[in-house]
Design a protein around this ligand. Structure first.
Ligand code: 8OZ
Length: 370
């Protein structure tokens, strides 16, 4: 039986174990630039088989929350280089999650206070975080405008540019954020995409932008260094689709040939019920994996959402290759060791998840030696 603590190859990435640190938004990068505190935080977690960084904006337009980092400028690349060097010095592997929030933004976070962009001019019934008078404030997202057809090549180019920046910054690869109701997911799902051009309507059309982005990023840095996160039935950020099985089966068909490093599936509602149902039937994730394999997909299969060790082992036995842990990694910098030894786990403190400084970020204790 495969163990969580065995090495695995994911495309070009050689991972020392199967315990992945999930992407976690922490809002501690003022000015969208990584800093020394973040370097410490990631270094502390380098024993993960793979670290996926917090969601990181590919452009100013892709920003949707206060104090999240970006990866499009030379200054950001130089700052991320300190993070990747620190993780590599500890023997870790790290990819950056490439993010465009689409409509999940606020005019205060956008270039020149413009409206956020989306497939269609439909507001998300969701909130984002601004920093007002130094404190985080949850505010409704702004009304978006629909992207023009002639703007879509620029979006693809922004992903390509960010992927190149990632390699320059020393990352081992990238994970494209195709989940949780952000831009690429807004294009995929029928509730947020009412376009009547080649990027809306049929499943094939709604998947077009995602496929173009994956092709561009893969061409730029090699498929073996590229992962993708999907959340086929999540209601996060107000997205819905009535035929998720068919939609994501088509996505699997298109991803198979790209020879990606991995696919990262959030099962159910993000951070919520694993058996959340959206659309016609409960989603069959095993069928999606089989479809991906049938399409020639050789990437590792990563699962996420509310995992503990027993559930992770069950999932490996069913065919998963990697398991991503979120909240447990916030509170346990040495999570792989704790899972392996069956040690007690520190409890994450929700009040310090988003924003702030070292408290609830770099001050969770690791076990002492031996
Ligand atoms: C929590 C808060 C803000 C953003 C996601 C990037 O859901 C996020 C996110 C999570 O993928």
């Amino acid at each position: 039986m495969t163990s969580l603590f065995e090495p695995v190859q994911a495309g070009s990435l050689h991972l020392s174990n199967r315990v992945v640190m999930a992407p976690l938004t922490r809002n501690r990068a003022p000015g969208a630039i990584p800093n020394d505190l973040m370097t410490t935080y990631y270094r502390q977690r380098a024993s993960a088989g793979l670290i996926v960084t917090e969601a990181t904006a590919i452009s100013h337009q892709g920003q949707g929350y206060a104090d999240v980092p970006g990866i499009w400028s030379p200054e950001q690349v130089a700052a991320w280089k300190k993070v990747t060097d620190a993780v590599h010095a500890e023997g870790g592997t790290i990819v950056v999650q490439l993010w465009h929030v689409g409509r999940v933004s606020h005019v205060d976070l956008q270039p020149d206070g413009q409206a956020p962009v989306a497939p269609s001019a439909i507001a998300a019934k969701t909130r984002t975080v601004l920093i007002q008078d130094g404190v985080p404030a949850f505010v409704p997202t702004s009304e978006p405008r629909a992207l023009r057809l002639d703007e879509l090549p620029g979006i693809v180019a922004d992903y390509r540019h960010a992927a190149r920046c990632a390699i320059e910054a020393g990352f081992d690869g990238v994970e494209v954020h195709g989940a949780n109701g952000y831009l690429l997911d807004q294009f995929l799902r029928s509730s947020s995409n009412h376009r009547t051009d080649a990027y809306g309507g049929s499943i094939e059309n709604r998947a077009r932008l995602l496929v173009e982005v994956m092709q561009a990023v893969t061409d730029a840095i090699g498929g073996g260094r590229v992962g993708l996160r999907l959340s086929p039935v999540t209601p996060a950020n107000d997205v819905f689709d009535d035929q998720p099985q068919a939609l994501f089966a088509h996505v699997m068909d298109r991803l198979g040939p790209l020879q990606l490093a991995y696919l990262h599936l959030i099962e159910g509602a993000t951070g919520g019920a694993r058996d959340h149902v959206q659309g016609d039937t409960p989603l069959d994730y095993d069928a999606l994996r089989e479809r991906y394999r049938a399409a020639g997909g050789t990437g590792a299969w990563m699962v996420n959402n509310g995992y503990d060790r027993p559930l992770a082992e069950q999932s490996l036995a069913r065919g998963a290759d990697l398991v991503a842990f979120g909240r447990l990694f916030i509170a346990n910098p040495d999570l792989p060791r704790r899972l392996r030894e069956g040690s007690e786990l520190n409890t994450p403190d929700r009040t310090t998840f988003y924003g702030g400084a070292a408290k609830g970020y770099t001050d969770y204790p690791a076990l002492t030696a031996a």
